[in-house]
Design a binder for this molecule. Structure first.
Ligand SMILES: Cc1cc2nc3c(=O)[nH]c(=O)nc-3n(C[C@H](O)[C@H](O)[C@H](O)COP(=O)(O)O)c2cc1C
Length: 191
């Protein structure tokens, strides 16, 4: 069955629909969770906050992320490696602070009491306080210049069983975040 276009076109939107300024669209569609991205270069580790990311493929797991104009983007260019760590809502304040300051000026791991741990494959550290840690290699840089977009391949993934029930945070702009709520289990063919 298909939905037919009614004569005279579709009905107009109700008055409850308001137009969203185009520069605020990201606040509606931005996928979660907010993550931390760590790098290591020249014997120094750094961490930034990242919310513009998305899965690109299942196997091998590929994810795309937009990182631009910061110390982390330079480290990514130089080393081609990083760790994407998923923080629990409990450290949200630190996550926001990490995204509002640069590793050019301070050691953000020490400043926020985060524990850098040795990764198995990449030089960048895992974050001990996070729910999950993904060791990644940059595998596609073709859109870096245009969009700051890199495709990362996850080469090793860790989940902390002790944080199995922790909630993630999802960015809605300007310091507003949604915290994960109820879990629904519905029939679906989608993996
Ligand atoms: C909630 C939040 C989300 C952010 N998402 C991104 C992002 O997706 N990409 C990006 O380049 N910067 C993002 N930032 C900004 C960086 O985290 C920020 O520029 C940081 O200071 C970079 O640190 P660095 O210079 O030590 O690399 C975000 C910041 C916050 C607070």
């Amino acid at each position: 069955m298909t939905t037919l276009v009614p004569q005279g076109g579709f009905p107009p939107v109700p008055t409850s629909f308001e137009e969203v300024p185009l520069n605020e669209v990201y606040r509606l569609i931005e996928p979660g969770p907010v993550v931390l991205l760590t790098t290591a270069r020249g014997g120094r580790a750094n961490v930034m906050t990242l919310s513009w990311h998305m899965m690109v493929d299942f196997t091998p797991p590929l994810l795309a992320c937009v990182v631009a104009g910061c110390l982390s983007s330079q480290a990514l260019d130089e080393t081609g490696e990083c760790v994407v760590a998923i923080p629990p809502a409990g450290i949200a304040r630190a996550v926001v602070a990490i995204g509002n300051e640069s590793g050019r000026r301070l050691d953000k791991f020490a400043e926020h009491g985060l524990t850098p741990l040795r990764a198995a494959i990449v030089g960048a550290p895992l974050v001990g306080e996070c729910i999950a840690n993904l060791e990644c290699r940059v595998v596609d840089e073709t859109l870096v210049e245009k969009y700051g977009l890199r495709v990362l391949q996850v080469v090793k993934a860790w989940r902390d069983q002790a944080r199995r029930d922790a909630k993630t945070i999802h960015h809605q702009g300007y310091g507003t975040f949604a915290v994960d709520g109820r879990t629904l289990h519905l029939p679906s063919k989608m993996p």
